[in-house]
Design a binder for this molecule. Structure first.
Ligand code: FE2
Length: 354
């Protein structure tokens, strides 16, 4: 193991340990073969020295270059995401200042990252490998924006509505900026009183977006109603069924999925398959729109074909085939043998690992 400066001489060397941004987000995992794009990303993150293994990469030129193409695609998209995250933190914090940001400024940050995420499955998949809970609200906002535009495209909504949904998702929790940090970041369960304060983020968000330059009532309503549930069990207005605009029903699905999948202050992240199972249960219980959940779950599951996962037994498996009737219980390969998770009901996919 040795330390090397971050410059062109690093290309082709292998990382000796995981590399994190200053916000604690995993930038490059251990064993990454460094490319020129990686060097650029590291420099942008002001990382000037890294620990590398004392071996050069093995394998044929062909297999290395195909690996590199794949990694470069992911790494550059991750860089866009990390940059958008920094800008999100900045602009969300500006909502407290005298000159408040305009809607346009939010959309600019979001559009770039959404374009990358929707085009590159790699980025989408790696959203849920990123680690660290400290920037949860900002990551959650970006992710929910991406998920909302994804669902809108799955529902075949037109381009304007897809982009509206992206912005609505990106801004849905803006009101949380007005919630005291000790409640927002509290590890463990909130008391009844604290939860009542937390619920106010929907109303705060509504007011902030409605009065923002370029904001609209329709967009503000998405922030107000994203915690409403079809059976009337949500908040703040306990609306039921069709009284909840379809846009807010989409937001509810995206919001719940990302919240379950992400690292948070008080819990470890769950695998997208488990999260999908949870959404399905909610839809069957009548709280979420079942058609939206069905389309979304099928798409998410397909995205993870070929990915490695850890089962509840701790064993490592590869996702091989998605079953049409139950996408969240795929066929997986466990060291040479195939397991149909539809038949192995006690097993669950606990974590995605690569
Ligand atoms: Fe929320």
């Amino acid at each position: 193991m040795s330390y090397m400066p971050v410059n062109g001489s690093l290309v082709g060397r292998v990382l000796a340990s995981d590399l994190f941004t200053k916000n604690g987000i995993l930038l490059l995992p251990q064993d990454t073969v460094i490319t020129a794009t990686h060097v650029h990303i590291l420099q942008k993150q002001s990382i000037w020295e890294v620990e590398v293994q004392d071996v050069w990469t093995e394998g044929t030129g062909e297999d290395i270059s195909s690996q590199l193409v794949e990694m470069t695609a992911d790494a550059s998209a991750v860089a866009v995401y990390v940059e958008a995250l920094d800008k999100t933190r900045e602009i969300f914090e500006q909502t407290f200042q005298d000159v408040k940001p305009r809607l346009e400024q939010f959309s600019e940050i979001f559009c770039d990252v959404a374009g990358h995420a929707l085009k590159q499955k790699g980025l989408f998949r790696s959203l849920y490998f990123l680690e660290g809970a400290d920037s949860y609200t900002y990551r959650h906002s970006l992710n929910v924006g991406i998920l909302c535009s994804l669902i809108a495209s799955l529902l075949k909504w037109d381009e304007d509505r897809v982009s509206f949904m992206g912005t609505a998702g990106f801004l849905h929790d803006l009101g949380k900026m007005r919630i005291p940090k000790e409640i927002l970041l509290k590890p463990g369960k909130l008391s009844e009183e604290e939860f009542a304060i937390m619920r106010q983020h929907t109303v705060y968000g509504y007011e902030m977006i409605r009065t923002m330059e370029g904001g609209s009532e329709e967009l503000a309503l998405c922030a107000l109603l994203h915690h409403e549930r079809l059976d009337g069990s949500g908040y703040p207005q306990q609306r039921k069924g069709d009284d909840i605009p379809i846009e807010c029903q989409v937001l509810a699905v995206a919001d719940m999925f990302d919240a379950i999948c992400s690292d948070r202050v008080y819990k470890d992240r769950t695998s997208p398959f488990e999260a999908a199972q949870h959404l399905w249960k909610e839809a069957c219980n009548g709280t979420l729109n079942i058609e939206i959940v069905a389309q979304f779950v099928r798409y998410i599951a397909l995205l993870y074909v070929g990915a490695k996962a850890r089962l509840s037994t701790g064993e490592e498996v590869e996702v091989i085939l998605i079953n049409q009737d139950e996408p969240m219980r795929p066929l997986v390969r466990r060291s040479g043998e195939f397991l149909d998770l539809r038949l192995e009901r006690k097993l669950t996919i606990e974590k995605m690992i690569g």
